[in-house]
Design a protein around this ligand. Structure first.
Ligand code: CU
Length: 484
């Protein structure tokens, strides 16, 4: 009897040593890829659903591993970096970022890369989800008018970047050749209400930010890492105005966020929210209650948050000149009932004047600066558009349509068209308190803009001569008069 018990104990110890080592290391994650390699795939091949940003294919759910056919076409095409700024993008699937690919651990992927006959250059693809030479780069190198097929198995779960890896690699990526592939774990990611695809990239143009016309890639600026544009989804305004993301209060939103680079690291942040969960660097480790997450060039993160109150959440790179001056700004509009327990909003406003303080007045233009020569109206319009696209569009939106209850419209605005002097004053000194625009009340705060007389005249002339406004040409003299 005693011997039997001892034998059983010995056996149990031996087994725990044998199996325990394998199981306990690395929180059980260590065997995922090893297990995935052995996974049998018996189904017929299934064509992968590919989607254009900001949409993602439907979740894998509970399905077993399968053979996944991915068919992707490379297209070189002219598009817009910003309104009026043309650029020749090189794309995976016709969009920047490229088509979103979604599979699961254990899937066997048969990937066909087609290089459109009208393209000028050879390309290839390096998928960070691939274990193998160059992530598939060598196997997929393909000339215009040709196609290549290669195969691989998805053995690690996570959110991975793919990109072109043809020399000069930085230039191919800088022209838009990147995207995301999601490899879901067995059983899939937890269910959420909304999923979106957002990818940051930095762009380098011969002209400076906002300069209209067709802008060639600038190799020297790329080399110096002096980006003219930092963008979500390849265009200023790709996620604002009619293109904004949407959700309803009470929903959980999951963003698949990638960074194509080629150079800059993203400090990804959503103004007005806290990430309940972040899958750090797109891997399996989850951090909670995060304000800003770093997304390296060639990396990704999955962020999730429940939206509790109606608001316009603002997606930014918190290196904020990139957001307010170089374009990295998106909107997630949350609709639904207010929740006063979560956010009460403004409850009181009063005058604050410490004893002995004088009210500080207007910003003054740089002393001693040479008076610039007056601009023609077309020059003013051009300057004005540039100022608008950097200083104004984030709130008033690309076509002056305004934003929700926060920012009044400038398009067909009775408030604006009635009084140019008041408009000049608003730009110079800012505006707070309630106003009525086109019959609707607004009560927000516009900061004073630090612009010189020429710039104020330019931006107001641009606004007055667009979107159904009355065509007023604002002069520098008028601005000077208001400044006094
Ligand atoms: Cu390429």
């Amino acid at each position: 009897m005693k011997a039997t018990i001892l034998n059983a104990m010995w056996l149990a110890m031996a087994l725990s040593v044998l199996y325990g080592c394998r199981q306990k290391s690395d929180d059980g994650e260590e065997n995922i890829s090893a297990r995935a390699v052995r996974m049998k795939v018996e189904s017929q091949p299934v064509k992968a659903e590919l989607t254009s940003p900001p949409l993602v294919p439907k979740p894998v759910g509970n399905r077993p591993p399968q053979k996944l056919i991915v068919d992707m076409e490379i297209i070189e095409e002219e598009g817009e970096l910003a309104d009026g700024v043309r650029y020749v993008f090189w794309t995976f699937g016709g969009t920047v970022p490229g088509s979103f690919i979604r599979g699961r651990v254990g899937d066997e992927v048969e990937f066909t890369l087609k290089n459109h006959p009208d393209n000028k250059l050879p390309h290839n693809i390096d998928l960070h989800a691939v274990t193998g030479q160059g992530g598939g780069a060598e196997a997929s190198f393909v000339a215009p008018g040709h196609q290549k097929t290669f195969k691989f198995k998805l053995i690690n779960p996570g959110l991975f970047v793919y990109h072109c890896a043809t020399a000069p690699v930085g230039m191919h990526i800088g022209n838009g050749m990147y995207g995301l592939i999601l490899v879901e774990p067995a059983g899939g990611l937890p269910k959420v209400d909304r999923e979106y695809y957002v990818m940051q990239g930095d762009f380098y143009t011969k002209g400076k930010h906002g300069e209209p016309g067709l802008q060639p890639f600038d190799m020297q600026k790329a080399y110096d890492e002096h980006a003219d544009y930092v963008l979500f989804n390849g265009k200023v305004g790709a996620l604002t105005g009619d293109n904004r993301l949407t959700a309803n209060t009470g929903e959980t939103v999951r963003l698949f966020v990638g960074n194509g680079g080629p150079n800059l690291v993203s400090s990804f942040h959503v103004i007005g929210e806290i990430f309940d969960k972040v899958y750090i660097e797109g891997g399996s480790a989850v951090n909670r209650n995060v304000q800003t997450t770093l997304i390296p060039a060639g990396g990704a993160a999955i962020v999730e948050f429940k939206v509790e109150v109606p608001s316009n959440l603002i997606l930014v790179d918190h290196a904020l000149f990139r957001t307010f001056n170089k374009g990295a700004l998106g909107i997630l509009e949350v609709s639904g009932e207010k929740n006063h327990l979560v956010f009460e909003g403004e409850v009181l406003e009063g005058i604050y004047q410490p004893e002995g303080a004088t009210i500080q007045s207007t910003p003054v233009s740089e002393a001693g600066a040479e008076p610039a020569k007056p601009l023609t109206k077309p020059e003013k319009m051009q300057l004005g558009q540039r100022i608008y696209n950097t200083a104004c569009f984030a709130c008033h939106q690309p076509n002056g349509e305004g934003l929700g209850e926060a920012f009044p419209p400038l398009a067909k605005s009775d408030y604006l068209n009635k009084d140019a002097a008041r408009a000049i004053n608003t730009v110079l000194r800012g505006l707070s308190g309630e106003i009525t625009v086109n019959g609707k009340k607004y009560n927000s705060q516009m900061p004073a803009q630090v612009l010189n007389d020429q710039e104020v005249a330019g931006v107001l002339t641009f606004i007055y001569n667009n979107w159904g406004n009355n065509g007023t040409e604002v002069t520098e003299e008028q601005v000077r008069a208001q400044r006094k």
